[in-house]
Design a protein around this ligand. Structure first.
Ligand code: SAM
Length: 247
């Protein structure tokens, strides 16, 4: 019996936006190879009135429309099953609603999501989704950054791309993943390739020295300097981790 592949279910008003960029390069090849599966669900299919409306004016006034809880609920129930009062079946994690109000997505969270058998993503449009349906499904709210997109679809693509490249067999050399930015709270060191001198700029000498110990030390020093300068938040976590390791 073959084990089920990692599956992403995406609830959207624009299913035609998928796989989009995920149909190309690493993610696209992995999709074709059956390493992961993508199921899109058209939210509009679950609209029950004759106009197939999925949104309505906001209570309390204000500009913009809000996605209706009954329509989102029906769509979630169709894909996730609706076992109990909290509207979640026992074997499925909560749906993930992509929203600028969510917790920022991190590599740590990406790793955990890539280790789940399947994830369900809800893409908002307009002003977003009625709060009650998010509460009822205990949705996890995730943001891909402190800026506002016009819809959750590009955010879902970002999240899926980050997860898929961690699935076994997607990236050829698994060592690539171990040395990347955010592993151990450091940003990655800089990279160089041929030509060895370009527009009067030589590649740092140590990298061509063949001395692997020195190269490792140089790379770590670069990673530390960049992290310290650009990301004081990561730098603080790195230092804390170092302190624990040094006992
Ligand atoms: N009124 C919302 C606010 O101010 O928080 C923004 C709504 S936005 C125009 C429409 C949809 O895009 C959201 O429901 C969400 O699904 C998605 N979206 C926008 N920015 C996002 C972000 N930074 N991360 C994740 N999803 C985002």
């Amino acid at each position: 019996m073959t084990s089920p592949v990692w599956t992403a279910r995406v609830l959207t008003l624009f299913p035609e936006m998928f796989p989009g960029p995920l149909g190309h390069s690493l993610a696209g090849k992995a999709l074709e190879a059956g390493i992961w599966a993508l199921e899109t669900v058209d939210i509009r299919y679950f609209a029950s009135d004759k106009h197939r409306s999925v949104d309505d004016a906001a209570f309390g006034g204000g500009p913009g429309l809000v996605m209706r809880p009954d329509v989102i609920d029906a769509a979630l129930a169709a894909v996730m099953g609706a076992a109990g009062p909290d509207r979640r079946s026992a074997d499925a994690g909560p749906p993930i609603y992509l929203t600028p109000r969510g917790r920022p997505l991190t590599q740590e969270r990406v790793r955990a999501l890539a280790a789940e058998p399947r994830i369900t993503l809800l893409c908002g449009r307009y002003e977003g989704v009625d709060e009650r349906v998010l509460e009822a499904w205990q949705a996890e709210e995730i943001s891909v950054g402190d800026y506002v997109l016009s819809g959750g679809e590009p955010a879902a693509i970002v999240l899926l791309d980050a997860c898929v490249r961690l699935l076994p067999g997607v990236v050829g050399d698994a060592k690539t993943l171990a040395e990347e930015s955010f592993e151990g709270w450091l940003l990655e060191y800089p990279h160089y390739t041929r030509p060895q001198e370009w527009r009067g700029r030589p590649v740092p000498e140590v990298l061509a020295s063949g001395n692997h110990q020195k190269i490792r030390a140089w790379r770590r020093a670069q990673a530390e300097a960049t992290t310290r300068q650009r990301r004081p938040d990561l730098w603080a976590r790195y230092r804390a981790q170092q302190a624990v390791m040094e006992g």
